[in-house]
Design a protein around this ligand. Structure first.
Ligand code: ADP
Length: 403
């Protein structure tokens, strides 16, 4: 079965076609600048494909419909496309950022599912509207092909209420659904499953702390395969320090800055999402730049790095206490998979908790899942590359098999 995974944003569409007989990627693509003067589509066939491997086209892409049609044309282009025609696409999986409290599992798309995604759009105004356009265009373009939605929030729906209710007037939850939802759920779920394989135990018997450290960063405490706590909140701004996002701060800072600097709530939202985190402290949101700067003696870059790792260590401690027993830490995403300095620093001094990294193994650059723990350490420390598209396609297959 071929599953097309679509991540439709407000002005872009990312897609990947997977052959689920073996989980291999047939083609990937990115449509950008939809609705702007000149759009751009970058399409890549799998390297082992007999066809041209990469093409970039710049042309007006006025709307998502055109973007999606272009993607379908490139996938099925005679002599070049990886499939003959759209009937070779057996199912479409849509990545959806916010499912509110409606979705703890993926769902087969129908009108009522789209309506619920629309209803929770105020909780993810930058994402859900773009997803809905993607779903609607995809239903028109691939009629009769099952469409499945997979939510970033779904994995975290198993959290107990003491972990997800905020200490605000209860009506804010009951009337407006203000609560912790958590994000990166598809990644945390995939990484937890892969970690259980590495531990050689059923997932239902494993307690795992997953660390998704990319531009956006979040952690989850996973007991027996179920999320019991996670660091992001109502929105993906909460928790860890990130590339440009501040993570947890004293909420009274907003009122203070409003009075001192005359900043509006919208201004502050922009500052906390786009001008904070690593970028706010040292000027760059890219961890590779932060390392280059601190190697040259830049004190702010050193501070940003120290703060980033310190916050992660805080959450390791918190989730260790939440879980009681931890079998493994699993590092994933751009920083988690590639950055030995971050991994070493946030595990430093945790030997009394049974967490100890083998320095030589940690330093070795490698692809693929690997064990970094010192022999004899009670808690395994793994790098587990995430694969959200494969997880989405797997969930699509599960929904279809379940009928
Ligand atoms: P996104 O959340 O946008 O998917 P990624 O998972 O790609 O982000 O992670 C981006 C982050 O990963 C950036 O801070 C980047 O510096 C970092 N990163 C990527 N490759 C490396 C590397 N080889 N060494 C250190 N950091 C890296």
């Amino acid at each position: 079965m071929n599953v097309l995974v679509i991540n439709s944003g407000s002005s872009s569409i990312k897609y990947q076609l997977l052959d689920m007989a073996n989980g291999s990627v047939l083609a990937t693509g990115l449509v950008e600048r939809i609705g702007e003067g000149t759009g751009r589509i970058k399409h890549k066939n799998a390297p082992d494909s007999a066809h041209e491997t990469e093409s970039v086209r710049e042309l007006p892409i006025p709307d998502h419909k055109t973007g999606m049609q272009l993607a379908a044309e490139l996938l099925t282009e005679p002599g070049k496309g990886v499939v003959k025609d759209t009937s070779d696409i057996d199912a479409v999986g849509h990545r959806i950022v916010h499912g509110g409290e409606y979705f703890s599992e993926p769902a087969l798309v129908d009108d009522s599912v789209v309506e619920k995604i629309r209803e929770v759009s105020p909780l993810a105004p930058l994402h859900n509207p773009g997803h809905i356009v993607g779903i609607e265009e995809s239903r028109k373009l691939f009629p009769g092909i099952p469409q499945v939605v997979v939510f970033d929030t779904a994995f975290h729906q198993t959290m107990p209420s003491e972990a997800y209710i905020y200490a605000l007037p209860y009506e804010y939850y009951s009337e407006l659904k203000v609560r912790r939802y958590g994000f990166h759920g598809t990644s945390h779920r995939f990484v937890a499953k892969e970690t259980a394989k590495l531990l050689g135990k059923p997932l239902s018997e494993c307690n795992i702390i997953t660390l998704h450290l990319g531009n956006g960063c979040s952690m989850a405490a996973v007991r027996g395969g179920k999320c019991v706590d996670t660091s992001m909140g109502l929105t993906p701004l909460a928790g860890l320090m990130m590339g440009t996002r501040c993570g947890d701060i004293d909420p009274a800072i907003l009122a203070y800055l409003a009075s001192q600097k005359g900043l509006s709530i919208q201004d502050m939202d922009q500052v906390m999402n786009k001008q904070s985190g690593l970028k706010g402290v040292c000027g760059s949101n890219d961890m590779r730049d932060v390392h280059a700067m601190r190697e040259k003696g830049d004190e702010r870059a050193q501070l940003a790095f120290d703060m980033f790792c310190y916050r992660i260590k805080h959450y390791i401690g918190a989730y260790y206490a939440v879980l009681g027993r931890v079998d493994a830490l699993a590092f994933t995403a751009g920083i988690g998979e590639n950055d030995e300095h971050v991994r070493a620093k946030c595990c430093e001094g945790l030997e009394p908790l049974g967490i100890a990294i083998d320095t030589a193994v940690n330093l070795k650059r490698a692809k693929g899942a690997r064990d970094l723990s010192q022999s004899g350490g009670r808690v395994k420390v793994f790098v587990v590359p995430t694969n959200e598209e494969l997880e989405i396609a797997t969930q699509v297959m599960d929904v279809i098999k379940a009928g």
